[in-house]
Design a protein around this ligand. Structure first.
Ligand code: AP5
Length: 215
């Protein structure tokens, strides 16, 4: 199955995509994670992307599209995938359609995680991420067992550069201006299902599983 998770920053795309991908045996493809790996490794792509990411702006399409195209060559996508953070605008959605068409496939389902702004800000300002395995925690909503330490691999947790109130505002504006039109794009294509993602992670996950079973 090929699924896109759509929604504003902090909607829970990464949190849910990890669990769902494991449960359903699908690859989890997060363009945000791939870009952050490039930044950490100091690649040319990472150097170019860093400034845009720190400002809360989108990384230029040609860089992200090329990175995604390479990711789609990996063998783990043959059973399907969950895309988290891509596409981010109509140009990327059309690029994705083209990449999949060349592989004689297409998107089966787009799940839109509808979330209110107050919830988003609370989630993003309290998020902590594992430096090593990328697992997500939240200082209040999903605290690690030991403060500042990843439950999975015992590495240190850090706060993302873009998880401050000012940058979160910019990311939300970018989302409203550039990414929200994707809701109409996938509604018109008959692929989009919406759900309210303001609740706890467990109930939201179960709602998503029900939607996937029905599709
Ligand atoms: P990216 O990493 O994709 O960030 P984002 O879209 O802003 O999304 P987030 O990761 O902030 O939110 P999320 O929905 O995954 O929430 P999460 O599950 O972590 O992109 C970062 C940057 O990279 C972009 O700004 C851009 O510069 C660049 N980029 C990436 N893709 C690009 C593309 N395609 N084109 C161009 N540029 C691109 O949850 C957040 C917190 O809430 C966590 O702490 C979690 O524990 C907690 N939480 C989650 N769900 C719940 C719940 N149900 N209840 C309580 N707490 C919850």
């Amino acid at each position: 199955m090929r699924i896109i998770l759509l929604g504003p920053p902090g909607a829970g795309k990464g949190t849910q995509a990890r669990v769902l991908a494991e449960r359903l045996g699908l690859a989890h493809i997060s363009t945000g994670d791939l870009l952050r790996q490039n930044v950490t490794s100091g690649t040319d792509l990472g150097k170019e992307a860093k400034g845009h990411m720190d400002e809360g702006a989108l990384v230029p399409d040609e860089l992200v599209n090329k990175m995604l195209g390479r990711r789609f060559d990996a063998p783990d996508i043959k059973n399907g995938f969950i895309l988290d953070g891509y596409p981010r605008n109509l140009n990327q959605a059309k690029e994705l359609d083209q990449i999949l068409k060349e592989k004689s496939s297409g998107i089966d389902l787009v799940i839109y995680l509808n979330t209110s702004e107050a919830v988003i800000v609370q989630r993003l300002t309290g998020r902590r991420v594992c430096k090593s395995c990328g697992a997500n925690f939240h200082i209040k909503n999903m605290p690690p067992k030991a403060e500042g330490i990843c439950d999975n691999c015992s590495s240190a947790l850090y706060q993302r550069n873009d998880d401050n109130v000012e940058t979160i505002k910019t990311r939300l504006q970018v989302y409203d201006n550039v990414s929200a039109p994707l809701i109409s794009y996938y509604t018109q294509a008959g692929k989009l299902k919406r759900l309210n993602a303001d609740g706890g992670a467990g109930p939201v996950l179960e709602k998503m599983v029900r939607l996937i079973k029905l599709s």
